[in-house]
Ligand binder design. Structure first.
Ligand code: SAH
Ligand code: SF4
Ligand code: F3S
Length: 434
């Protein structure tokens, strides 16, 4: 009789991929994944600590699971991810229903920890082991779709004043390029046509043999059958000459780049410890555009950082106009315990709320404009899933916009040439031309 594990994931793409990898570790123990918490023998909450709201979700969800656990005392509940890393001991103290806690660096130990939990122990593992955690994870089990994520780097050494990631994910560690290539080749053999290389600071990638991200991308571009390469998330200071050049000369590297800037004000950037100015950022964008004129950029912004004035905020809006982002995420500043900025005086909530709204409207304006500029253009779409209506299929364009197409005989995994005919709120539609 197989046991069932249900994983609920919050936060970034790396967390979502980690969830899949956690299930992989449990397969040899006879576990299969289920989409229903009610059916599970083991529930893992794979948490995110980035903003207060994200962390609150963990405790809210645990509250909801209490009833399920009362009905079925055999049910085991684990907390994983970045809240586990940051507040593991605290969770165990406050939440008697939790049976195990494990941080992102120790997922390879999950089978052992589940054994301990089954014996009634309540293990907590939030170590940063010296060995390469990727080496300790089993081969990927679940059938991948046509577009897959591959973690190549984890952790961050940047210490932006607001951010918990350097504490929850630890120092920057890069996987060996040869191992990344082997994983990509395996995925391609199993039908993958697009890979997104993941890291908290992915363009700081440098493996033990000195291979840089640009060199890795050039190497992966030679994998037969792999059609598209993307990478995320990058820091502006780590966009080196070779990586910028790769955007111009590696055809498989897609013309879309997520490059968080956070603010358009030098004063705020300094207070955030971003270690780059507005001009530095704009210069990187200009060089990337020179290498690949049709690059579409996305970014992250924080509204209401401590000390942000109306003038600072206006400079952020100006920067958005100057770049013309094709999409962006924006967040209201959230003070995180243990980070330097948490010691500073926060702005009134109403001010931050209003700025966030203005920021979102500005971003939406540029997103619509960029999407509208696609109408009439020929793009390539990698079909990933069935669409909303009968006969409709959807996939991503080179520029990472979701595109819906209709027609007979379209299959998941097809890479189609499409003429964009219309732009909607967060997607495009088009007609197949080849
Ligand atoms: N380089 C990372 C960034 C992770 S956090 C990556 O891999 O994506 C994603 C975004 O969350 C950041 O770029 C920032 O805009 C936002 N963020 C981080 N800490 C925050 C905080 N304390 N309050 C509000 N937003 C925050
Ligand atoms: Fe956080 Fe800054 Fe590192 Fe991004 S670069 S993960 S925002 S500390
Ligand atoms: Fe959240 Fe951790 Fe990712 S804090 S954004 S899950 S690295």
């Amino acid at each position: 009789m197989s046991k069932k594990v249900f994983v609920k994931s919050y936060g970034c793409q790396m967390n979502v991929l980690d969830a899949e990898r956690m299930v992989d570790t449990l397969v040899p123990k006879g576990y299969v994944a289920t989409g229903r918490a009610e059916d599970a023998d083991l529930i893992l909450l794979n948490t995110c600590h980035i903003r207060e709201k994200a962390t609150e979700k963990t405790f809210h969800e645990l509250g909801r699971l209490r009833a399920l656990k009362q009905e079925r005392p055999d049910l085991k509940i684990g907390v994983t991810g970045c809240v586990a890393q940051a507040e593991g001991a605290e969770i165990m103290r406050r939440m008697p229903l939790v049976d195990l806690v494990v941080g992102p660096q120790s997922y390879f130990r999950l089978p052992e920890l589940v054994d301990q939990a089954e014996l009634g122990l309540r293990p907590v593992d939030t170590e940063f082991p010296a060995e390469d955690k990727f080496d300790r994870l089993p081969k990927r089990h679940a059938a991948p779709g046509p577009a897959a994520f591959v973690t190549i780097q984890e952790g961050c050494d940047k210490f932006c004043a607001f951010c918990v990631v350097p504490y929850t994910r630890g120092n920057e560690v890069s996987r060996l390029a040869s191992k990344v290539r082997a994983e990509v080749e395996d995925l391609v053999e199993r039908g993958v046509r697009e890979v997104t290389l993941l890291g908290q600071n992915v363009n700081a990638y440098r493996d033990g043999a000195g291979v840089t991200l640009a060199a890795l991308i050039r190497d992966l571009a030679r994998v037969d059958g792999l059609k598209r390469i993307r990478y995320t998330t990058s820091h502006p200071n780590d966009m080196d000459d070779d990586l910028i050049a790769a955007h111009g000369d590696v055809e498989k590297l897609m013309p879309q780049l997520h490059l968080p800037v956070q603010s358009g004000s030098d004063r705020v950037l300094k207070a955030m410890n971003r270690k780059h100015t507005r001009a530095d950022y704009l210069a990187v964008i200009a060089r990337l555009r020179a290498a690949r004129p049709d690059l579409v950029f996305s970014s992250d912004f924080i509204a209401g950082f401590p000390g942000e004035t109306d003038r600072d905020f206006a400079q952020t809006l100006e920067l958005i106009d100057a770049v013309g982002f094709g999409a962006a995420f924006s967040f209201k500043y959230s003070a995180r315990p243990g980070t330097p900025a948490a010691e500073r005086e926060v702005l009134p909530d109403a001010v931050a709320d209003e700025r966030l709204q203005v920021l979102q409207a500005k971003i939406a304006h540029h997103q619509y404009a960029t999407q509208a500029s696609m109408i009439g253009r020929e793009v390539n779409v990698l079909i990933e899933r069935t669409g909303r209506s009968a006969g409709q299929m959807t996939g991503k364009s080179d520029h990472l916009y979701p595109v819906a197409v209709s027609g007979p005989d379209i299959a998941i995994g097809d890479l189609l040439k499409v003429r964009i005919t219309a732009s909607h709120a967060n997607s495009l539609s088009g007609e197949i031309i080849g």
